[in-house]
Design a protein around this ligand. Sequence first.
Ligand code: CP
Length: 319
Amino acid sequence: MRRFTSVQDLIDGPGLDAALIDALEFARHPWINTELGRRKTVGLLFMNPSLRTRMSTQKAATLMGAETIILNAGSDSWTLETRDGVVMDGAATEHIKEAAGVMGRYCDVLGLRTFASLTDRQADYQEDILEKFIRYSGVPVVSLESATRHPLQSFADLITIEQMKRVARPKVVLTWAPHPKALPQAVANSFVEWMSHANVDLVVTHPHGYELAPEFVGGVTVTNDQDSALAGADFVYAKNWSAYEPYGQILSKDTSWTITEEKMLLTNRAQFMHCLPARRNMIVSDGVLDGPHSIVLQQAANRVVSAQTVLYYLLKGLQ
Ligand code: CP
């Protein structure tokens, strides 16, 4: 495998079922393969903040025997220009062409976090910055969350559902929930994309106006009635996202969409999921997040497993 930017890379590579089997094996035996990364360097470039992605990917590299170099663009490296053909007389000091090319000389595998701008939908949905980084680095690249997808998170979500499900084909509900700031659609897009390939019954629910991009949600059951969506759910995944149209806008902060204990009573004793960080009592009530059906920490723990499995395939591809 030469890149990991969406579920398609696993489907085209080892296959999604095989990847899930390997991931469950890494979850049980994290130190099973410490040689593959020996004398290899994994570089991680963050253009946006992170707790889980940063620590879990670094830990995953360590489990594979690899060294890591981590940079936060703009604070411990130069601010990056990502547009082509511009006069660089503004704040950005270094062009992504050179930055990616240099990092590709130092590292065997690179990771990049680059959030959506939420101002230029075309550039965001063409994955302009991620694709430039891949082109100019010349080494395998793993997405640490891009403008439209968060595949390491979605893979961890899939692993968590596989570990925690009580029925062979669970009902999984992705519900929009309110948030004070405009957030990208990446986690929701990605979750829908991965669940569409999983053995689950997926229902997406959100207020009017929060429709996800057709390329992600086409063919998926969508309803604006959250209560009916939650009925009989085995897993409830809450997430905020801003509107796709008008792009990047907040259309609602309606707290009747917050996941509460009362909402969870509508479900089939559902397990609560969120990628974190979560705004308490906006996205989800304290009672649900602290309650016995919350599996958010297991999800976060599985971020190591998804990253380890992906690094395994990328490092194997270097042999
Ligand atoms: N879920 C997730 O990606 O967390 P971070 O933004 O902290 O990495």
